[in-house]
Design a protein around this ligand. Structure first.
Ligand SMILES: *[C@@H]1O[C@H](CO)[C@@H](O)[C@H](O)[C@H]1NC(C)=O
Ligand SMILES: *[C@@H]1O[C@H](CO)[C@@H](O)[C@H](O)[C@H]1NC(C)=O
Length: 594
């Protein structure tokens, strides 16, 4: 594709006027809004994160054995049959990556330990090479003054435990997890002071045991997601059992840490929850109740037992005997078993009531929630990422944690936004939309802190492009891009990496766009198949963020772009051309694309 009717003079003039306009605008606004990191409380950390399966590669190297994710991807169940066999190859490139983190000015790096790299069979012998790798990574981070924030379990259960006793479905997981955590504390705890036991135990049971689209792919008719053929499992019961075991495993590891290590090692331990905010689509009381119910079923599933010692009352009512009981002993162990709560926050989801679900005999988690998701929940692929800059979702979640769960210390461990890579493989250097997205969330976090929330840190997902759990390599979240087509997995800085670095080195957050011209950077395109009334494929594009929300006309190869504001057209044109949306690729009305 290239520009066919270049009018370079016009392009230059237009570029010059844009530079002038944006310089003037940013000076005016930045005089008023000058947030810097100095506005955050003492000790607040800014970081970025990844997880082992998604970034390390070296899936069978140096004694590592398979996890359920290796099995899942090797069986071709991931999108595009992609795997994390190499991923971003951080196993071999950690030194280079830590140097990039240092250059960026990160205070902290969030990573996870691959259970089957450290203890290949899930239980028993420790793999010396695995031990060495994490020691090297941790020491490298510390040599630059970067805090290691380690997650002990991030979805990648050893396949050996899955084979032996069905993994998370068996209470045997509790002891094996605790023994594994013990190895982590005793090996790394002299240097790691920030521990997350489990990542997102409030979504893993749904993907893996209700809808069955994630490992270990269990579900039962009619609850499987899309065309997943269910081959075992029970969507009405297993998600609750698995979550129960994860909760008890978490509490057991925390209890061990507090008993055996904390006094000496002086670290903090918690767990990390997926923390979408559920908001009522309407003002109707039944819809507002549905939103409250959805929050109880998602964040409350874990927060309620952690703070009050039992599952939320509405879960007891709607799930009934399918919801496991906490014995008085377990309840006491679970209650208060955290120093902080990690949240992964990407925005808000709108819901309405659907009470008819409760009349059905067989119900899964979503049926028990009795809510209809107006914007689709977690599992829906593309829609999810068209999201929706909704920093108010973060504000409301933090407010909810403050008022309903006694204001726990919170670390925002994930926040970020994805984009589709250019199909030609061209790098996308300019991700203004990402800097904008992150900025409005950082500002929302600061407002919440000023309002009394005890937020201790903020981490971008992700430090660099990774194998995404839901999207493999179809969506990229990285501040740094990774060239997955190149054996070397070359890294390159996106503009958001420079933007974050500038903030972390003391610079001001740039002003939040308020005019239509400077907002609405977030654009996505769907390729539409040729169909009735369409002679050739065309690209539909739309902008989701306000106030410039809108759809453009269908774009056909060889025809000019139309619909939407000029700024939005420029963004689309730059993306279609596979170039950055910098000044050299500004689209002028009347140009066409081939
Ligand atoms: C799932 O478990 C429930 C409750 O024990 C039971 O009624 C139902 O028949 C089970 N479904 C399958 C597919 O096994
Ligand atoms: C601040 O707290 C008040 C009172 O709880 C609440 O109404 C308001 O929405 C909060 N604002 C933010 C930004 O969280």
């Amino acid at each position: 594709m290239e520009l066919t009717r270049g009018d370079s003079l016009r392009r230059v003039l237009r570029a010059v006027s844009l530079i002038l306009a944006s310089t003037v605008l940013s000076e005016v606004v930045s005089a008023a809004a000058a947030t810097t990191r100095a506005d955050f409380p003492e000790g607040f950390v800014f970081g970025a994160g990844t997880s082992a399966y998604q970034v390390e590669g070296a899936w069978a190297e140096d004694g590592k054995k398979a996890s359920v994710w290796d099995t899942f991807t090797h069986n071709g169940y991931s999108i595009d049959h992609a795997t994390g066999d190499v991923a971003a190859d951080q196993y071999h490139k950690y030194k280079e990556d830590v140097k990039l983190m240092h250059d960026m000015g990160l205070d902290a790096y969030r990573f996870s330990i691959a259970w089957s790299r450290l203890i290949p069979d899930g239980r028993g012998a420790v793999n010396p090479k695995g031990l060495e790798y994490y020691n090297n990574l941790i020491n490298e981070l510390l040599s630059y003054g970067i805090q290691p924030h380690a997650t002990i379990y991030h979805f990648d259960l050893p396949q050996a435990l899955q084979d032996e006793y069905n993994g998370l479905l068996s209470p045997r997981i509790i002891d094996d997890f605790t023994a594994y955590a013990d190895v982590c504390f005793s090996s790394f705890g002299d240097r790691v002071q920030h521990w997350t036991t489990v990542n997102e135990p409030n979504i893993e049971p749904i993907g893996g045991y209700d809808q069955g689209y994630l490992p270990p792919r269990r579900c039962s008719y009619p609850f499987g997601f899309d065309a997943v053929p269910c081959t075992g499992g029970n969507s009405t019961t297993e998600p609750y059992i698995v979550a129960h075991h994860l909760l008890l495993a978490h509490a057991s590891a925390v209890s061990l840490y507090k008993r055996k290590y904390q006094a000496e090692q002086r670290g903090q331990i918690g767990l990390t929850l997926l923390a979408y905010w559920y908001e009522s689509e309407t003002e109707k009381p039944e819809d507002r109740e549905a939103a409250a119910r959805a929050n109880d079923f998602s964040i409350g599933w874990f927060m309620h037992p952690l703070v009050y010692g039992d599952y939320p009352p509405v879960m007891r009512r709607n799930v009934g005997s399918r919801l496991p009981e906490l014995t008085p002993d377990e309840s006491a162990r679970v209650r208060g078993s955290f120093d902080f709560v990690g949240i992964n926050q990407y925005g808000a989801i709108l819901v309405e009531a659907d009470l008819s679900q409760l009349k059905r005999e067989l119900r899964d988690y979503y049926g028990d929630t009795a809510a209809k998701f107006v914007t689709p929940p977690f599992q829906s692929s593309r829609e999810q990422l068209r999201s929706r800059e909704a920093p108010w979702g973060l504000s409301k979640m933090l407010e909810h944690l403050r008022t309903k769960y006694r204001n726990p210390p919170v670390v925002i461990y994930e926040n970020g936004v994805g984009h589709e890579p250019d199909p030609s493989g061209e790098f996308m250097y300019d991700d203004e939309f990402r800097a904008h997205f992150l900025q409005v969330y950082i500002e929302a976090a600061l407002s919440s802190i000023r309002n009394g929330s005890d937020v201790r840190g903020y981490f971008v997902w992700s430090f660099l492009d990774v194998f995404e759990i839901l999207f493999a390599y179809r969506f990229r979240f990285g501040l740094y891009g990774v060239d997955f087509g190149d054996e070397q997995r070359t890294r390159y800085a996106r503009s958001s990496a420079r933007w974050y670095a500038s903030f972390l080195h003391g610079g001001e957050l740039r002003p939040v766009a308020t005019s239509g011209d400077r907002a609405g950077f977030y654009s996505m395109m769907d390729e539409q198949a040729p169909g009735p009334g369409r002679k050739s494929p065309c690209w539909q594009w739309q902008i989701e963020s306000t106030p410039d929300r809108g759809k453009g006309d269908c774009i056909r190869v060889g025809e000019p772009i139309s619909g939407g504001s000029e700024r939005l057209q420029e963004t689309v044109a730059a993306r279609l051309l596979g170039r950055s949306s910098g000044l050299d690729s500004i689209w002028c009305p009347g140009l066409s694309i081939e």
